[in-house]
Design a protein around this ligand. Structure first.
Ligand code: ADP
Length: 564
């Protein structure tokens, strides 16, 4: 815009200059004409003695003076030109004096004196000087005009040059911004990808870590179970119970970490089943009876009378959320308090609320405690323990199920944690896998594919107690060899193993069965981390069921019975 204006300014300046010069030329012409009028008037008067000729003389004289003044004003800023005009003025004055004197002589009828003065040609000489000076004046003016024009043209050239540079700079700036925005987008994309990769890496790390912890824990929990059946001495049993409780707490934390990981990486699987809300919520709530009676807390459960007999939703997750809320309520309610669980069913939505008379939460901390790893303040862990994961998992689970979790709390008076989730009334009631109560009802030969020696030992005992014969393979390759030479009723297949993993081994086994036209052997995957998609992965590989570790006798019996 500046450049274009500058162009415009130059054009204007040029026009002004030209106009100025023309004005001077015209004014000079005008001046010379006025002087001519003066001379004509004087001559006419001298010749005719007729005073009428004095009028053009007077008008000419007046105009000439005015014209000269105008020229002086027009060239006020040009000292050299002004000097020429002043010289012209001087000679004009002399010329006028001479004309005036001849007129005066004539007026006084002194014609000879007038004639002699004219004959001296002094006036002519003055007039020459005037013309000469004005010629100089005009030619100077033309020169200036020419120079200024050149100057302007050069300046226009410069402007063009500036315009080109500006255009180039403009293009460079546009290019720079485009480049920057592209690079910023690219950087953002990279940062995004990196952040996503970081989440995946973290999730994978946490999943692997919980898998690694779960595997030895599996053995600990399993052997404690077995030991508890063997040990009779009270003190030893007491110690075993402590170890049992601690390993279960550890298992609980690992479960939380695994759930958190699954939620964060979007791998949590919703498992819809038919369930009996009265029975399941009853069991879930009464699991806290012992803890409550220890603290003298009154625990009550109000179930809406109109609740359907069976509902279809992810019962496991809903019970997990309820357990978490109840566990917190017990933890944060002092001795002698009360906890009330209410279950309602309205418009295809299941409403669950846990109300306590506990310590409550400060208003400004409510949003904070919902975040992962957050507690009300740093003293909470010291006083009550906990990882700060429970509520954030609960909230995420509720939202995954399509519901909402709300908190109502007053510091010092108690809290109410409530949530709703959509649930359908189950028409066809076929309850999911009931645990088999009876023991030792099974028989057959099992191939256990497991690389971990401690877990092998534990499984040997469990399988033995369940009444199975078994072979052990340390990895997938060994499993294939065993399979080639034997017929098994069930194969228990670990997932992560050296040399060959469970999924690959299963594919080979299925191929062998097809090739040799053998009947299908049920294969149960045993996995320490059941992430979303794993089930499909196992089933696609040709497995029939999958079970998360740690496995106890009952769980194993149930799942084997199911596939058999
Ligand atoms: P954790 O209980 O393992 O610390 P949670 O995510 O379950 O983790 O709870 C986070 C925090 O929320 C708790 O540490 C506590 O400060 C607060 N909180 C949860 N439930 C209650 C409750 N019923 N009464 C008072 N505070 C609670």
């Amino acid at each position: 815009i500046l450049v274009i204006n500058k162009f415009g300014t130059h054009d204007n300046e040029k026009l002004k200059l030209v106009n100025h010069t023309y004005e001077l030329i015209i004014e000079t012409e005008y001046f010379l004409n006025a002087v001519k009028d003066m001379e004509t008037g004087q001559r006419g008067y001298l010749l005719t003695k007729n005073s009428d000729y004095l009028e053009p003389y007077n008008i000419g004289s007046k105009n000439a003076k005015e014209s000269l003044q105008k020229l002086k004003i027009l060239t006020a800023n040009e000292p050299a030109q002004l000097e020429l005009l002043e010289a012209t003025e001087h000679f004009l004055k002399l010329k006028v004096d001479e004309l005036q004197r001849t007129i005066l002589f004539t007026k006084n009828k002194n014609y000879d004196a007038a004639l002699s003065l004219v004959k001296q040609n002094i006036g002519k000489a003055y007039m020459h000087r005037v013309r000469d000076l004005l010629d100089q004046f005009i030619s100077k003016e033309n020169n200036t005009l020419h120079l200024k024009k050149l100057d302007l043209e050069e300046s226009n050239q410069n402007t063009l040059y500036i315009l080109r540079i500006s255009f180039f700079v403009f293009l460079t700036i546009i290019f720079f911004f485009l480049y920057r925005s592209l690079t910023q987008n690219k950087l953002l994309q990279i940062a995004n990808t990196k952040a996503q990769e970081a989440v995946v890496t973290k999730s994978e790390f946490l999943a692997n870590m919980s898998h690694e912890i779960r595997t030895p824990l599996n053995a600990i929990v399993g052997f404690i179970d077995l030991l508890k059946a063997e040990v009779k001495e009270t003190k030893a049993l007491e110690y075993l119970n402590i170890v049992d409780k601690s390993s279960n707490s550890l298992l609980h934390i690992i479960d939380d970490i695994l759930d958190f990981t699954k939620i964060e990486s979007g791998k949590l699987e919703i498992d819809m089943i038919n369930f009996d809300p009265r029975l399941d919520f009853g069991i879930c709530t009464h699991l806290f009876d012992a803890k409550c009676s220890k603290k003298n807390i009154t625990l009550s459960l109000n179930i809406d009378q109109n609740i359907p007999h069976y509902l279809y939703t992810d019962a496991f997750r809903i019970k997990q959320i309820l357990s978490n809320l109840l566990s917190n309520a017990v933890k944060f309610t002092p001795n002698g308090g009360s906890i009330t669980t209410s279950i309602d069913f309205i418009d295809e939505k299941l409403y669950v609320s846990v109300k306590d008379t506990g310590v409550g939460i400060a208003d400004n901390k409510i949003d904070h405690i919902i975040n992962s790893f957050s507690q009300e303040d740093s003293s909470t862990t010291r006083n009550y323990g906990g990882s700060g994961l429970g509520l954030s998992i609960s909230k995420s689970l509720v939202e995954l199920l399509g519901g909402k979790l709300s908190i109502n709390s007053e510091l010092g008076s108690g809290s109410e944690f409530s949530f709703y989730v959509p649930a359908q009334i189950a028409q066809d009631v076929s309850l999911e896998l009931e645990e088999v109560e009876e023991e030792n009802t099974l028989s057959g030969i099992v191939l256990l594919v497991e690389d971990n020696k401690t877990n092998q030992m534990l499984m040997e005992i469990i399988l033995d107690e369940l009444g199975f014969d078994f072979h052990i393979a340390n990895d997938g390759l060994e499993a294939i060899e065993h399979f080639k030479n034997n017929v098994y009723d069930v194969i228990l297949m670990d997932e992560n193993m050296p040399n060959m993993g469970g999924i690959e081994a299963t594919s080979h086994i299925r191929e062998l069965e097809e090739k040799e036209q053998r009947k299908l052997t049920p294969i149960i995957a045993l996995t320490a981390n059941a992430l979303k998609g794993d089930r499909e992965k196992f089933l696609n590989a040709g497995m029939n069921e999958y079970q998360a570790k740690p496995l106890d006798k009952k769980k194993l019996q149930t799942v084997i019975q199911k596939v058999l």
